[in-house]
Design a protein around this ligand. Structure first.
Ligand code: XUL
Ligand code: MN
Length: 344
């Protein structure tokens, strides 16, 4: 049987439309409505930032955090949903202004590790074992402001501290080369996997690959996926699209480069990603012009495109492709792919 896929969504993917240049244009969507939309759209997993699941968690004692997260777990279960991962939101807090793990302020570094441990508490109470680490501000705008040797070690120290404190969790690093920083210390999958390999528990460190982040690093997302899949380390994906080297656009999957999207689905299919039980997440954002009554269309379209591309991958004339490869006739292979995608 061909693999079936499970889909996930983060509450930030249903968004009132604020951008760095303008205020919200749609009313905020209450969390219950996010869950309703997830169910209606056929999404099974919910991705969380720690304070999406337990608002204001910095002001709560660990026992209260666990209680609230358990209540959230029941709320999810009532709707047939599960938590896919929890990510410590270090980048919005005042202590994280200069990065968390790599801040030049030692008290901020201690805070970042403690906050990450609270994030683990939230995850475990939600019944999930996956922590996503997007090292948002772990980098610089002024290169001379941090010591890159020290910074790399500090990121590893933070990973180790979390792994040692929480023997039952896995960490998926979500690299991104820039934004909000100019240059990030963990820009690619290679960097993330190298950190994992040097950690105290290499088996418990993998990656989440976001299409747009790979493109921003000048890399091919499907090759980044292939690299992680070869190591058994692709534990989640944020499929979306990105129109060149701009701000992180979080466009609908396939919207900028349909062939690139096909190649990502192809590599996921070839490696049996669906059989691993890992989710297909879409880190996509509604356009700011979109009306509130249809501000989940970007999620529906991304899922539709993904499933249509699964069919395209499965119906690809592989025997003809194999002959082109054997003949070293890559022009014919190029045409075969294009005609298959064009359905002509
Ligand atoms: C940022 C990004 C985040 C992470 C989760 O670019 O992709 O939404 O996916 O914190
Ligand atoms: Mn993402």
């Amino acid at each position: 049987m061909p693999a079936a896929y499970r889909f996930s969504i983060g509450p930030w993917n249903i968004h009132p439309g604020a951008d760095p240049f303008g205020p919200p244009v749609r009313p905020p969507v209450p969390f219950d409505q996010v869950l309703d939309a997830a169910v209606a759209l056929g999404f099974e997993g919910i991705q969380f930032h720690d304070d999406d699941a337990v608002p204001d968690l910095e002001s709560l004692a660990p026992a209260a955090i666990a209680r609230e997260a358990e209540a959230m777990r029941r709320r999810l279960a009532d709707q047939g949903l599960v938590a896919e991962f929890v990510a410590p939101r270090l980048w919005e807090h005042a202590h994280g202004i200069d990065g968390g793990y790599t801040s030049n302020d030692p008290s901020a570094r201690r805070w970042a590790i403690e906050r990450s441990k609270r994030c683990v508490d939230v995850a475990l109470a939600l019944g999930c074992d996956l922590i996503v680490m997007w090292p948002a501000r772990e980098g610089t705008a002024v290169r001379e402001s941090k010591n890159p040797v020290q910074a790399s070690r500090q990121v590893l120290e933070a990973i180790d501290a979390i792994l040692l404190a929480a023997p039952n969790v896995r960490i998926a690093i979500e690299p991104k080369p820039n934004e909000p920083v100019d240059h990030a210390f963990v820009p690619t999958i290679g960097h993330a996997l190298s950190l994992g390999a040097r950690s105290v528990a290499p088996d418990r460190v993998g990656v989440l690959i976001e299409t747009a982040h790979a493109i921003l690093a000048g890399l091919d997302p499907s090759d980044e996926m292939g690299f992680a899949l070869a190591a058994g380390k692709l534990w989640s994906v944020h499929l979306n699209d990105q129109n060149g080297l701009k701000f992180d656009q979080d466009k609908v999957f396939g919207a900028a480069n349909l062939r690139g999207a096909f190649d990502q689905v192809r590599v996921l299919e070839m490696a049996g990603y669906g059989d691993t039980g890992a989710f297909i997440g879409f880190d996509v954002k509604a356009q700011r012009t979109q009306r509130a009554d249809s501000a989940t269309a970007h999620l529906a379209t991304s899922k539709r495109v993904f499933l249509a591309l699964v069919e395209k991958v499965r119906s690809f004339p592989q025997t003809i492709a194999d002959q082109c490869i054997a003949d070293r006739d890559y022009e014919s292979l190029e045409r075969l792919v294009l005609e298959h995608l064009l359905a002509v």
